[in-house]
Structure formats: C-alpha cells, structure tokens
Ligand binder design. Structure first.
Ligand code: GEK
Length: 251
C-alpha cells in the first residue's frame, strides 16, 4: 500500500552540511521536503504506529461520526484512517498550523483515491472544535504544545468523543529513572545511527526540534488523561522513549 512517504523520499541531510549556526526548528518548506524520511529515521516505531492507527480506525469506525488527526503534518495518519472509512456520514478533520505542511498535505490527499471526505484545516489544534468524534489521533503533536495548554486540549477531546470513542496519543517520553533515561537516550542515538544519520547530524538534531519539543513521563500523561475524563488508558506500544497510548471514553 502506498503511503505519503513513498511519494516524497528526499533524504534528510538538513543537518549534515557546515551550518554556522543551527536555526530554531520550524516546520517550514525545508522540513516538509525531508519530513517522511526524517520521521522514519528519528522516531522508532513510527510506521507501526501509523499502520495500527489504521487498524484501530477499522475497529472503532461507525457511521455519522468525525475522525480527527491533530497535528497531521503530511497526512500519514489521516490516510491510514481514510482507507478504513466507508461508513455513511464519516468525515476526517485533519489539522496542522504549518502552512508548508498543509499545502503539501493537500496535494498528497488529492492523489489518494480513497473516498472518505477530509476537511484539511491550516490552524491551531487549540482552536479546533472537537465534536461527534469516534476517534482522535494526536500522533507526536501534544509534545509541541506548552504544558499549560495540554490539559484543556485533552478535556475538549474527551468531551467531543462519542461514548466508546478513542484517543490515540503518541509521544516522545522521558523516564523517571535516571539510569533508564540515559540508556534509552543512548539507544535512540544508536537507532538514528543505524538508520544512517552521522554523529554530527545526531548531535545537531538533538538541539533543534528538542528546543520546541517538551517530553513528559508516561505517568504525567496517564494522570492528565484521567483528569481529562478518560476512565481508562493503556500503553499499547513502546520502544525506548517513544510510546503510544489508547484512551477510551466510557460508554
Ligand atoms: C504524523 N502526526 O506524521 N497546532 C497545529 N499543529 C501543530 C501545533 C499546533 N499548536 N504544534 C505543532 N503542530 C504526524 C506527525 S509532527 C511530529 C506530527 C514531529 C504540528 C507541526 O506543524 C507538525 O506538523 C506536527 O504538529 C508535529 O503522524 O515532527 O516530531
């Protein structure tokens, strides 16, 4: 099956050259070109998480409902859901606040031949109303919001989900145990090296998106989900410091 990454395979060498200084990280045109390659080489389990998002969508799909992809980037999770949705009255709402991402995402969605309607919004996920939702996906996006804004978004998601609806929340996390934090950071470094990034790129990468990405411990996510109104949440995937949770709204 074709995915957005198959269309844009520009290798990510954005941190390989002799940069005199490393600019603050932004999701701009330069990032868009290398994004599919970058995320696969930087996030362990990314493809599995996207594939399972499609299968979860198949399991939880119902007619007359909305499906949200918040922080959709190039629409990889949107497409994984879209390919499972043939129910009447289903609609995907995909949101990203990077104009460069949404412009490219629109082209990718237009080239896809599955039929569920997608409303692509260039805007802030903090401003998007969530309603009649069967499924909400936050795939490595919550980590980019200031911590003070995270509880409100999760509460709005819980309120906007239909009974029995699910949130899939994937995040880079931190360990509360220093020894494991060190080990998992080293293993992530090894993962990137194994996927072809040089030491220089790895050390530069560490200081770029991580300036704007604030990871938290799993326990913080689980507590926040409970406080937002989700009775149950479970980690269904973890590889080192990358995890994905499912939270289900009570029936
Ligand atoms: C995937 N989910 O491929 N409002 C809207 N979008 C935002 C905001 C915000 N406040 N903050 C950040 N973004 C995708 C991957 S990438 C993860 C998500 C990464 C957007 C930002 O523009 C970027 O496209 C995305 O969140 C994060 O399944 O790059 O590590």
């Amino acid at each position: 099956m074709k995915s957005p990454g198959d269309t844009f395979q520009t290798p990510d060498d954005s941190y390989a050259g002799p940069l005199s200084e490393i600019a603050d990280f932004q999701f701009d045109e330069n990032v868009v070109d290398v994004f599919p390659d970058m995320i696969r080489r930087s996030v362990p389990g990314y493809q599995e998480i996207v594939d399972m998002t499609g299968l979860l969508c198949e399991r939880f799909a119902r007619p007359e409902a909305n499906y949200y992809d918040l922080g959709c980037s190039l629409g990889t999770a949107t497409l994984a859901m879209r390919r499972q949705l043939s129910h009447p009255g289903c609609r995907i709402i995909a949101v990203d606040n990077s104009p460069a991402m949404t412009t490219r995402c629109r082209e990718i969605l237009a080239a896809d031949n599955s039929t569920a309607p997608v409303l692509l919004v260039c805007g802030d996920i903090r401003d998007v109303p969530i309603e009649k939702a069967a499924m909400v996906v936050l795939n490595f996006t919550l980590q980019f919001l200031p911590e003070k804004d995270r509880p409100d978004l999760l509460q709005r998601i819980c309120r906007g989900l239909l009974p029995g609806g699910i949130l899939v929340l994937s995040e880079q996390i931190v360990q509360d145990n220093a020894r494991f934090q060190e080990l998992y950071t080293e293993m992530h470094h090894a993962f990137r090296k194994n996927r072809g990034y040089s030491e220089l790129e790895i050390s530069r990468k560490r200081s770029a998106p991580e300036k704007v990405l604030i990871p938290e411990p799993l326990e913080t996510h689980r507590r926040r989900l409970r406080e937002a109104g989700f009775e149950r949440s479970k980690v269904w995937y973890q590889c080192f410091n990358f995890a994905s949770l499912i939270a289900i709204k009570a029936e």
